[in-house]
Design a protein around this ligand. Structure first.
Ligand code: GDP
Length: 518
């Protein structure tokens, strides 16, 4: 774990180079989410690849349940950053010890000592300062220090006395799941305890199946999987979610039953959550303030490459919900945008969001254009959120706000008396100078005396050098009449009020966190 660009992927790649399994598979280029590095001593370390952005927090939080040790990657030139702290919180919440890898030590401006001081200041008890957190200086690019990192991890494992039960029914967790055209749902999983055997019936989250095949990370079919082995299992009836547990049951009947029960519970939980989310922004606020605009509901369909990302993107998108726009994910699934997605989007007026999925074939793209369905495809989560943020701003009704567009000071008062009835009533004209902004005829005027409002009304007349005008700018003199106002005094201030529709704003912080500000 660690801040974006601090070298997690590079470090994993460098470690993967030393992985036997990877070599056997001719260098696994495909993203598998997990791999094993075999050591000379016969020991092995299983690395879990956790994506880097804040939006993937949910996935990482789940990942931490499968992880025994967190490698915290901090760039030696950049030091501790927001996501470094976030990773530390996750590790702490999951009660998982940290081994620090200070990366990019090859860089001329690398300053590992400064990183150590920063980490210590954040409460990490480093070994060299009397604590028990090991720190290793590495360079992923030059492949320096990798052996030291591996040793540190093995030492940490030894200190923790990490042991797993090998015999008996397996307990395992899904790291990632995806849909393969030919093979159906595939789940990358890690066995935590026991042995998972091909042919067993399993319940995985709310899905179930009979394990048709188990493959190791070199894509070799194996009969059984033992603790700490990353594997890919085939034979599930549906797609599980990253973080789901895998439970072995004795029969197909029991697997079906358990899966149905869980599905019902998940659906109930989902509906309860949806209900909880809604009234927060509607009922309460409407009661408080009736002038607030109605909340606009924007339906979305989320598609992504693997189940874990689907979940992460859905969660991230929901975080953009505001009192003005409610993003309702009506469907979320794995795989490229399909015709059925377009049909559903057209039926519900939804927008389709695709993350890390292939561009749809031209026939689908054409169907989308004809159905006037918007498809937003992205490969960088921040870009996706920025795009949706702008979309929300566009859809938001905005709030009407009264703003002071200009201010004028009363310098003289003129009275027009004795007018005949046919010419209208007596009037009082305020001879003013505009001291700020603009005063416009079409707006409401507010009369202030010693800072207090004494009158508010529409503008009956605005003249400049005896000519009727629509607006008068700063520094100019003018004659003003406020409808039904006869109480001007020299020194009063007249404010010109305008109604503006203020739209919400999409705000992003340097750490990559985003939100909608209403
Ligand atoms: P991630 O976002 O944490 O996965 O970071 P990446 O692995 O994508 O690395 C971000 C950038 O830092 C890339 O341009 C890498 O080439 C560079 N980088 C990663 N590790 C090192 C290193 O040890 N030394 C140097 N000089 N650059 C590195």
């Amino acid at each position: 774990m660690g801040h974006v660009d601090h070298g997690k992927t590079s470090l994993l790649d460098a470690l993967r180079q030393t992985s036997l399994a990877a070599k056997e598979a001719g260098g696994i280029t495909q993203h598998l989410g997990a791999f094993v590095v075999g050591m000379q001593s016969g020991a092995s370390i299983t690395f879990l690849d956790t994506p880097g952005h804040a939006a993937f927090s949910a996935m990482r939080a789940r990942g931490a349940a499968v992880t025994d040790i967190v490698v915290l990657v901090v760039a030696a030139d950049d030091g501790v950053m927001p996501q470094t702290l976030e990773a530390m919180s996750h590790a702490k919440a999951g009660n998982v010890p940290i081994v620090v890898a200070i990366n990019k030590c090859d860089k001329p401006d690398a300053n590992p000592e400064r990183v150590k001081v920063q980490l210590a200041a954040e409460g990490l008890l480093l070994e060299e300062m009397g604590g028990d957190v090991q720190v290793v200086e590495v360079s992923a690019i030059n492949e320096v220090g990798l052996d030291k990192l591996e040793d540190a991890l093995l030492l940490q494992a030894e200190l923790m006395d990490l042991k797993a039960r090998v015999d008996g029914p397996a307990q395992a967790y899904v790291v990632e799941a995806r849909l393969d055209k030919g093979r159906g749902p595939l789940a990358t999983a890690i066995v935590k305890a026991g042995t998972l055997v091909c042919g067993q019936h399993v319940v995985v989250g709310a899905e179930w199946g009979r394990i048709r095949s188990i493959r190791d990370m070199a894509r070799k079919v194996i009969a059984e999987a033992r603790p700490a082995m990353p594997i890919e299992i085939e034979g599930l009836k549906g797609l599980p979610m990253a973080g789901d547990d895998i439970v072995v049951v004795e029969s197909e009947e029991r697997a079906r039953m358990l899966s149905e029960g869980r599905k019902k519970k998940f659906e109930k939980d989902r509906l309860t959550k949806l209900e909880e989310e809604r009234p927060k922004a509607s009922e309460e606020e409407e009661e408080e303030d009736e002038t607030k605009p109605e909340r606009v509901e924007v339906p979305l369909i989320v598609k992504a490459d693997v189940q874990g990302t689907v979940q992460a993107v859905t969660d991230a998108v929901k975080n953009l919900n505001s009192s003005q726009v409610f993003l309702k994910v009506i469907h979320a699934g794995v795989g490229p945008v399909s015709q059925s997605d377009i049909d559903m989007a057209q039926a519900c007026g939804a927008c389709i969001v695709g993350f890390n999925v292939r561009d749809p074939p031209s026939s689908i793209a054409l169907a989308a254009t004809q159905a006037k369905v918007k498809i937003k495809l992205h490969r960088v989560i921040y870009h996706l959120l920025e795009d949706i943020g702008n979309f929300i701003v566009e859809k938001a009704p905005g709030t009407l706000e009264t703003q002071v567009a200009g201010e004028a000071q009363v310098l003289n008062i003129f009275e027009l008396k004795g007018r005949s009835k046919s010419k209208g009533d007596d009037v009082k004209i305020a001879g003013c100078r505009v001291i700020d902004g603009r005063v416009t005829k079409s707006s409401t005027l507010r009369l202030l005396r010693s800072g207090e409002v004494v009158f508010e009304g529409s503008c009956a007349s605005l003249k400049r050098e005896k000519q009727d005008v629509e607006a008068v700018g700063k520094g100019n003199d003018c004659g003003l009449v406020i409808k039904d106002c006869f109480d001007f005094q020299v020194g009063d201030v007249i404010q010109c009020l305008v109604q503006v529709n203020r739209k919400p704003k999409f705000v992003s912080s340097e750490s990559g966190a985003v939100r909608i500000e209403c």
